[in-house]
Design a protein around this ligand. Sequence first.
Ligand SMILES: *[C@@H]1O[C@H](CO)[C@@H](O)[C@H](O)[C@H]1NC(C)=O
Ligand SMILES: *[C@@H]1O[C@H](CO)[C@@H](O)[C@H](O)[C@H]1NC(C)=O
Ligand SMILES: [Zn+2]
Ligand SMILES: [Zn+2]
Ligand SMILES: [Zn+2]
Ligand SMILES: [Zn+2]
Length: 291
Amino acid sequence: MNSSHQLMLPTLRSLSLSLGIIVTGLTRKEDILKEITCPNCSCQMVPPILQCSAGHLTCVDCTETDYDYCKICEIDEICFGHEHRLESLAAFTLYKCKWKDCDGYFSVKEIQIHKQACSKRAYKCFYCSEWEGSLEELSEHDESCKSKSYVCTLLFTTKVTVRGDDISSEDCGPSYSLVAYKELFTLDFCKVSSGIEVIIYNYGPPSCFGWYHYEVHLQHSEDLTFPHNQTYTYKYKNSNRPIVEIPNSDIIKFGSLECFKITVQIHKLDGDKKKKNTEKYFKVFKWPLYA
Ligand SMILES: *[C@@H]1O[C@H](CO)[C@@H](O)[C@H](O)[C@H]1NC(C)=O
Ligand SMILES: *[C@@H]1O[C@H](CO)[C@@H](O)[C@H](O)[C@H]1NC(C)=O
Ligand SMILES: [Zn+2]
Ligand SMILES: [Zn+2]
Ligand SMILES: [Zn+2]
Ligand SMILES: [Zn+2]
């Protein structure tokens, strides 16, 4: 690997001038690379670059699904601060894709999008921790995984429809695992005392939770003129596990269980919508983004 490909580093003087900061002690590209490497996952960190009160640096993905865990302190509910100096250097860094066998280098604005869609990306099994492989291998493994307790094939879709009378009143079900936009999700349909809960679980990296938007449609299964169809959108919560609640008061309008169906639609956001949604997830960090 030619190290001149790692960074597009301007002279220290122009860097200091353009950022209005004084760069001290950073005289080599290798030093910057080392500094922006996450101590936990060894990825090059993309802003927000965070620091706990004990001074440990971390990338967003290592703060876990609630963005508040320090893996070195092993404590959650942490309010991370920004490492502004390193965040400033991000714009001058070329990021290497983290996946094995991928040799791509990208700017800070491109790297997240590439890592998500990279053809060399490794996926983990939903059910056993040992297995890792490509998306194609995953669907094969999923059929034979010994840790999988229920029968349901991995779906490649962005939309799942379930009939009212298929939703279990005893335990949560049916459950689906699916691949949408090259990301892994599970959907659970649960009957609870107040109605039906649709639980959507995003298995992607926490830095990308804000890239998706979820819509749940409650519709009549046959009657095209039925006036009480409803659409629910997931209300923002700081978690990878959006829950959409469909109240009994809406369900009874359909008469009986076989008369309605529930469709979950996953949307992938783009441009400003994606940026705004990611900012909602990241609002704990109070920082402008490279979404
Ligand atoms: C990263 O965090 C995980 C989970 O807390 C831990 O098992 C692992 O040892 C950490 N890795 C490093 C290099 O600290
Ligand atoms: C209600 O849902 C049904 C079934 O999906 C659909 O065909 C119909 O057009 C909807 N009716 C209204 C008024 O939106
Ligand atoms: Zn990390
Ligand atoms: Zn810490
Ligand atoms: Zn790649
Ligand atoms: Zn498995």
